[in-house]
Design a protein around this ligand. Structure first.
Ligand code: AMP
Length: 172
């Protein structure tokens, strides 16, 4: 196992009882681990035609920005409601209790651009599917999705029916 994977910390019962939160902040806090993690996320996409990273608020920003720089492409943030000025597009999605939404600035990308969706953790897959739907509202083509870590027991990958690849740098 690469050294960076050892730095992901399990926090039981956060943010609520029964959830084991995967805390990636120690990885980001150590220069060599951070670099290795971004390199592991970037590797499968080197040479793949991608125009922009679409990074999911909030931890997706921390990984999406260096990943976009590594791949030599721009970044478009997918934000929580109420954060972005001007005309926006919105995609809501169900949570265990209630719902949430992702928002992007209308016209953030010209139609037909190839995008890579980026987040920290793939759990049930709901967030990534909402990001994909929002990218489609923008008229983007999905080049793929990249997460630092996939939690296989939640089976989010089964919901990723897209032909484009979904890559996880660490699968547990
Ligand atoms: P899901 O939509 O269920 O795939 O959840 C993925 C989103 O929720 C990502 O943006 C993660 O940041 C966050 N998330 C879900 N489960 C966890 C977990 N166990 N540890 C850390 N983040 C999580």
């Amino acid at each position: 196992m690469p050294e960076w994977t050892q730095l992901i910390r399990d926090v039981p019962d956060f943010p609520k009882p029964g959830v084991v939160f995967k805390d990636i902040m120690p990885v980001l806090g150590e220069a060599s681990a951070f670099a290795a993690a971004i390199e592991a996320m970037a590797r499968p996409w080197q040479g793949v035609p991608i125009d922009a990273v679409l990074a999911i608020e909030a931890r997706g920003f921390l990984l999406g920005a260096p990943l976009a720089r590594t791949l030599g492409v721009g970044l478009v943030p997918l934000r929580k409601p109420g954060k972005l000025p001007g005309a926006t597009l919105e995609q809501s999605y169900a949570l265990e209790y209630g719902s949430d939404a992702l928002v992007v600035q209308a016209g953030a990308l010209a139609p037909g651009k190839r995008v890579l969706l980026v987040d920290d953790v793939l759990a049930t897959g709901g967030t990534l599917l909402a990001a994909r739907a929002l990218a489609q509202q923008l008229g983007a083509q999905i080049a793929g999705a990249s997460v630092l870590m996939e939690l296989t027991f939640l089976n989010g990958r089964a919901r990723w029916t897209d032909a484009a690849p979904l890559h996880a740098a660490l699968v547990v």
